[in-house]
Design a binder for this molecule. Structure first.
Ligand code: GLU
Length: 297
């Protein structure tokens, strides 16, 4: 094994495990002590939502999420527990629907499968870096937005040729199939050699081992990967899109969608949103912004 390959493999293991190699300090992660706890509300007054009725009958919520996005949605392989900013959003709004965090079952759903999962009733709602747009609104509903991200680029630390999307022509660039960043490169930068995987972590593995030249998606996601292995990776260039994050819902369940809008507004106002941000996504280095205005369409 070459030394370069060994280093890349070591970085990969650290990244995948989400914890430090023996003898090195673990990278910063959500600190349970800093996370807010959410007061569970009596939601008996919320009536007429088929999704909520089914969840009540079942006794728990089923929420779709990501499991490999540091600071946003990450599953601990040892305990099976999910953590991150999106997970906190899912928990805070769940509390307003009458469900304590221990009555939420998280289910990992990849970018390309979100609409189908919501349409088939596999999940009650979805919180996982899910951009609101008109195409998707034909298939699902969106509460929010609760955060505004933008598309950016992740490259190896020693790369000094890629500074923005204009530098990608002829380069191998990886993104998640079915994602808005993937679609944007496909449409607006046709000379890029675009590679689609199910997850961004698969793209990042390929970036570290040199199979691709860049990974593109939301800055939030990329900053999380870079923060885990800052000696290997860096985020470069300007944000070249707007990605407003929404909570995905079944399309016709407007009672659920408005209840989630109300819940977001409530937790933004009482400080939970900011506390949750500071304890999760804020750890990758950007101070809490003001959340974007909620669009109750
Ligand atoms: N926010 C973008 C999207 O919804 C990219 C992130 C993701 O794939 O979850 O497509």
């Amino acid at each position: 094994m070459t030394r370069k390959w060994t280093l890349a493999a070591a970085a990969l293991i650290v990244l995948l495990a989400g914890c430090g190699k023996e003898g090195t300090p673990p990278p910063k992660g959500p600190q349970p002590s800093a996370l807010p706890s959410y007061q569970v509300r009596d939601a008996a007054g919320i009536t007429g939502s088929p999704t909520l009725d089914a969840a009540r009958a079942r006794g728990h919520l089923v929420v779709g999420a990501k499991e490999d996005q540091p600071y946003l949605g990450q599953k601990n392989p040892a305990t099976g527990e999910y953590s991150g900013f999106d997970i906190e959003i899912a928990k805070m709004v769940g509390a307003d629907l009458g469900f304590a965090p221990d009555r939420i079952e998280f289910r990992t759903i990849a970018s390309a499968n979100r609409e189908t999962a919501l349409q088939n009733g596999q999940v009650d709602y979805y919180v996982g870096t899910y951009t609101i747009n008109d195409n998707r609104k034909k298939l699902v509903g969106f509460a929010g937005p609760y955060y505004l991200a933008g598309q950016s680029l992740l490259v190896r630390r020693n790369n000094d040729t890629i500074h923005g999307p204009e530098d990608l022509n002829g380069k191998k660039v990886c993104s998640a199939a079915g994602s808005t960043p993937y679609q944007r490169i496909q449409k607006q930068y046709p000379d890029v050699k675009l590679i689609g995987y199910d997850t961004y972590s698969a793209c990042v593995d390929n970036l570290i081992t040199g199979q691709v030249d860049a990974v593109t998606t939301d800055n939030t996601i990329l900053m999380g990967y870079a923060a885990k292995v800052p000696d290997e990776l860096k985020v470069v260039g300007p944000l070249f899109s707007q990605e407003p994050y929404g909570i995905g819902t079944p399309k016709d369940d407007t009672v659920l969608r408005y209840a989630l809008d109300d819940a977001l507004a409530h937790h933004e106002e009482n400080g939970d949103w900011k506390r949750a941000y500071d304890a999760t996504l804020g750890l990758s280095g950007v101070p809490a912004p003001t959340p974007p205005p909620i669009d109750r369409y």
